[in-house]
Design a protein around this ligand. Structure first.
Ligand code: HDE
Length: 727
């Protein structure tokens, strides 16, 4: 990355320079103390005699151990487990009709960004593959100051009011008496809370869907969730929902696979993001906005201020306006990924808030939490948090202050400094809040327009493909099956009846219960003391849409690319090298990544006596790390694999997880050793057979093309029925 020079002083370079001011490189240097004193012996403490007691005088030991003792900072109370990357945002379409934000109006700009993905419930060391919402937080270092879009991979949230957030999080976190379970919602306190919180119905559908099990951070959508405002240069405002659309499509893994990955590689998503960027496969998203004119505020069946609702894309299409590219891994996890401090209140002129009560509460929480997490008020000076826009104000001192402010004045107004720094007028880029008119009585309450909790939950469920619906049924059966208290299960079934009777019946059957009658709609929230409960009943409205295709990953995600998909090639001594090479080349041309996997590491000897390197062995990897499997021919290789239980298990598991599988016709006997042999043709005919993503053939070029098409399809979920899979 070039350093700024007079000709090349871009915003990205300024950001890199800001970060590099604090970087350290030990290459060729002596070891020193933090005071810069060279150290002569860093392996032995100072003692009174070689076998004597250690001396308090040892300032080198004390400095080292004291620093170590203080190495940990409090982890984030939510979103503790995260991974991040640097990148750049490029605007393609000038939005000045709607906003005056510089990075959304000047198409010549490239705005540096830092993006942190996270899980929510687990602690810092937990698995990436927990069933959970994913954080999708983007810091734009714009020339007018930092803008943080602190969003999730789901467009709605569990609750409507920020005052409920601590209860929700206490309920989902490990239970307080024994700190079990880690990073999992399948326990009594979570479902006890949810069963009493009907406003969470819509979000529960998302969390029980495959959206909670992303294949990769690079294959997730992102959402700002709340409705925000844009404000243009004429001070005209409109409502906005923010979206990120991944160019690789939106894909998930199977639940069984997720649990398997959690044990075998809890860093799966972290590693995937890191490796993709190291390989130059830079992840990209299109940035989109749904724009609602101010005068349409009350046009919809739902309230735009309600964060448990989305605006269906069929009603307001997503306008795609720019591209985000992640192109650089952090140099140091702690300094950057851990210390980055996002805040929904970091906005720039042209972007403003609405009165969404969840958004309003978040405006308080983020700075407050950084104060304890990062230890004081100067966290904006940590390199990763520094804006590229200059900072001038009268804030001073505090823990770990870095800036050496010059001069005598730290107050405003002042005469001594000629009045500097000056307030910036609106025309000089000063931030002015949108002058929304408010006339109201002070109340603790919620608008009646927030009380329809089930119609969008229904819309979500009805919009899924059949396999996706089945995954939701299974997820709910798993989660509620882990709940010990039957009263909670019962309440949840009653809750599910409001969404879909078939769904409730299937879950009830799986957990050995009866579906309670939906006699009345549930209460909206814990009813305040002295209130009439009838006023707090949910309203079940029927929406104008039966389905929204955009809500289904299977139905809406593009299936044309196999870029960065991981393909396993199973081989042993005697393999046909030509088949491997032709297949590999065809896959690589499409951007896929191939690994040869053999019974042991090192080299295998092909049929033609050439050596082929085995990247992994059956011991060091597993099918869950691959999107598809290929078995090339070669008499000896086939005989070895057929007799190798790990190879057969690899194929069984890949089939169970609905992945594309290809084999040369003469490798058919390996497939015949699997449980899915009944899907194979009787004879070893030469024709390529394509059934449920299973491709077999002797014309390797034709086979490669069929395989590529199958991989692009991602998963063949229909294979799951009938569900009799021994792997
Ligand atoms: Fe957060 N959230 N949140 N949140 N949130 C935090 O801030 C909070 C909510 C989100 O990678 C905390 O620095 C409240 C919705 C992300 O560093 C904390 C409420 C959405 C991240 C906090 C919400 C989010 C956080 C914890 C309800 C999606 C990780 C550590 C009113 C739109 C950012 C921290 C990162 C982190 C509070 C609800 C997204 C405690 C009070 C809704 C992506 O301040």
């Amino acid at each position: 990355m070039p350093l700024p020079d007079s000709k090349n002083d871009t915003t990205e370079n300024k950001k890199v320079a800001a970060l590099q001011q604090n970087t350290e490189d030990s290459n060729g240097e002596f070891l020193t103390t933090n005071q810069g004193v060279k150290i002569n012996d860093d392996q032995n403490t100072l003692k009174a005699g070689e076998r004597g007691p250690s001396l308090l005088e040892d300032f080198i030991f004390r400095e080292k151990i004291t620093h170590f003792d203080h190495e940990r900072i409090p982890e984030r109370i939510v979103h503790a487990r995260g991974s991040a990357a640097h990148g750049v945002f490029k605007l393609n379409e000038d939005l000045s009709e709607f906003t005056k934000a510089g990075f959304l109006t000047d198409t010549s700009r490239e705005t540096p960004v830092f993006v942190r993905f996270s899980t929510v419930a687990g602690s810092r060391g937990s698995s990436d593959l927990a069933r959970d919402v994913r954080g999708f937080a983007v810091k734009f270092y714009t020339e007018e100051g930092n803008f943080d879009l602190v969003g999730n991979n789901m467009p709605v949230f569990f609750i409507q009011d920020a005052i409920k957030f601590p209860d929700l999080i206490h309920a989902v976190k490990p239970e307080p008496h024994n700190e079990i379970p880690q990073a999992a919602s399948a326990h009594d306190t979570f479902w006890g809370y949810i069963s009493n919180t009907p406003e969470s119905a819509h979000m529960i559908m998302w969390v029980m869907s495959d959206r909670a099990l992303p294949r990769s951070y690079r294959m997730m959508e992102g959402f700002g969730v709340h409705t925000f405002r844009f404000v243009n240069a004429e001070d005209k405002s409109c409502f906005i929902k923010f979206h990120w659309k991944p160019l690789l499509g939106v894909h998930s893994v199977a639940w069984d696979e997720a649990q398997n990955i959690s044990g075998k590689d809890p860093d799966y998503h972290r590693r995937d993001l890191w490796e993709a960027i190291e390989n130059g496969d830079f992840p990209q998203w299109e940035f989109g906005v749904q724009i609602v004119p101010e005068e349409d505020e009350h046009k919809y069946e739902f309230d735009l201020l309600d964060p448990t609702k989305l605006i269906p894309e069929e009603l307001v299409p997503v306008k795609r306006i720019g591209t985000l590219t992640l192109n650089r891994n952090p140099d140091n996890f702690f300094a950057e990924t851990e210390q980055v401090a996002f805040h929904i209140g970091h906005v720039v002129p042209g972007i403003d808030f609405t009165n969404d009560p969840l958004l309003q509460g978040r405006l308080f929480s983020y700075t407050d939490t950084q104060l304890i997490r990062l230890g004081g008020p100067n966290f904006h000076e940590i390199p990763i948090n520094r804006p590229v826009a200059p900072i001038h104000n009268n804030q001073r001192d505090g823990h770990m202050r870095q800036t050496i402010n010059k001069g005598k004045t730290a107050h405003s107004p002042n005469g001594m400094a000629g009045g500097c720094p000056f307030q910036a007028g609106r025309m000089q880029g000063g931030f002015t809040s949108y002058p929304e008119r408010i006339e109201a009585s002070k109340v603790r309450g919620r608008s009646a327009s927030f009380f329809d909790h089930f119609s969008q939950a229904k819309l979500f469920f009805n919009s899924q493909s059949e396999p996706e619906k089945e995954h939701i049924r299974q997820a709910l059966s798993f989660e509620l099956g882990k709940v010990a208290l039957t009263s909670i299960r019962e309440r949840m079934l009653y809750f599910l009846v409001q969404i879909d009777e078939g769904l409730a019946a299937a879950v009830a059957y799986n957990i050995g219960m009866h579906v309670p009658k939906a006699l009345e709609t549930p209460l909206n929230q814990t009813v305040p003391a002295d209130a009439d409960p009838e006023k707090y009943r949910s309203v079940v409205k029927e929406g104008s849409l039966d389905k929204s295709i955009a809500l289904s990953m299977v139905l809406s995600s593009p299936k044309s690319s196999i870029q960065t998909r991981r393909i396993a090639i199973l081989a042993a001594d005697g393999v046909n090298e030509e088949s491997i090479n032709t297949m590999k080349n065809a896959l690589k041309q499409q951007g896929a990544l191939c690994d040869v996997i053999a019974p042991k590491l090192g080299f295998i000897i092909a049929e033609n006596d050439n050596s082929i390197e085995a990247a992994k062995s059956f011991l060091t990897t597993a099918s869950v790390f691959y999107d598809a499997v290929y078995v090339p021919g070669g008499t000896n290789s086939i005989a070895t694999l057929e007799a190798e239980p790990d190879a057969v298990h690899f194929l069984n598991e890949a089939f169970k997880h609905c992945k594309a599988i290809a084999a040369d016709t003469d490798a058919l006997q390996v497939l015949k050793a699997t449980y899915f042999s009944r899907k194979l043709p009787e004879d070893n005919s030469d024709d390529t057979v394509l059934t449920e993503g299973l491709v077999i053939g002797s014309d390797i070029n034709k086979l490669a093309q069929q395989f590529i098409n199958a991989i692009a399809h991602h998963r063949f979920w229909d294979r799951e029925k009938p569900r009799k899979v021994p792997a």
